[in-house]
Design a protein around this ligand. Structure first.
Ligand SMILES: Cc1cc2nc3c(=O)[nH]c(=O)nc-3n(C[C@H](O)[C@H](O)[C@H](O)COP(=O)(O)O)c2cc1C
Length: 235
């Protein structure tokens, strides 16, 4: 049943593979994107950290961030920022590194947060992107849940909406064990791939619901709910 005021709109789902290798994380994220495309009206984008450069935030160029809405260091961050801003939903996958996310991913997240928070100050848009976390590591108790929790905190901090998949498959995201150090070891873990697909589908469904809801409520909502790319640029 479709209400006349709730036309389903196209949504863009961004899959992020946050590993320096083109390996298990990428396989899991692509599976999640395949799940997302089971929902009609979904367009997907993919960004991998493989062979990308992300320097860390140095925390002393706030004025540049605040006036430009960008980071003063030019590397692969700018492409990451553009894709992030354009997405309605995000499937953020990472390998577990030392019970958390890889340093490159932490650097990207630090810079994303600082650029947007510096530029918008107290008026950070309510981005309302529907986000889910995916991870896999070598060991069963290797820190998957801590890694997912880190990403969930990042989603909430960025005024986004964190979701998971369906119980009893996924608890707070898609997590699995890659039973070996090969690039495709996760292929031997069918359950991890099924969970990734389930989470991908949920993100796509919820992104459609949120986008339709925002469109239907229109003027009744504060401006903060309606981010447009042209709001971010040199002041
Ligand atoms: C620097 C580093 C730290 C790691 N730390 C952990 C860890 O804390 N827990 C774990 O289960 N696996 C850990 N691993 C193993 C990776 O998570 C695992 O090999 C994963 O499948 C790699 O994903 P990828 O193929 O997408 O790169 C670590 C690997 C590296 C290179």
């Amino acid at each position: 049943m479709t209400s006349p005021n709730l036309k389903l709109q196209k949504v863009t789902i961004l899959g992020i593979a946050g590993s320096p290798r083109a390996g298990n994380t990428e396989i899991m994220v692509r599976e999640a994107l395949a799940g997302a495309t089971e929902v009609s009206g979904v367009r997907t984008r993919f960004f991998s950290f493989h062979r990308r450069r992300f320097g860390p935030c140095v925390g002393e160029c706030w004025e540049y961030c605040a006036s430009h809405g960008d980071c003063c260091f030019m590397d692969d961050f700018q492409e990451f920022l553009e894709l992030w801003l354009a997405a309605d939903g995000i499937l953020f996958g990472v390998p577990v590194y030392h019970m958390s996310v890889p340093a490159q991913v932490k650097a990207a997240i630090d810079r994303l947060g600082n650029v947007l928070a510096s530029y918008f100050g107290d008026d950070l848009p309510r981005f309302s992107k529907v986000c889910a976390a995916l991870t896999q590591g070598l060991d069963a108790f290797g820190g998957q849940e801590l890694t997912l929790q880190y990403l969930l905190g990042h989603f909430v901090l960025m005024n986004c909406l964190a979701v998971s998949g369906d119980l009893l498959q996924s608890y707070i995201g898609a997590a699995g064990v890659a039973p070996g150090i090969e690039l495709d070891a996760i292929q031997r873990n069918e359950r991890a791939l099924a969970v990734a697909r389930n989470v991908g589908r949920r993100v796509a469904e919820m992104s459609c619901i949120v986008k339709a809801g925002l469109a239907a409520l229109g003027d009744e909502l504060p401006e903060k709910y309606f981010f447009r790319r042209e709001m971010l640029g040199r002041k």
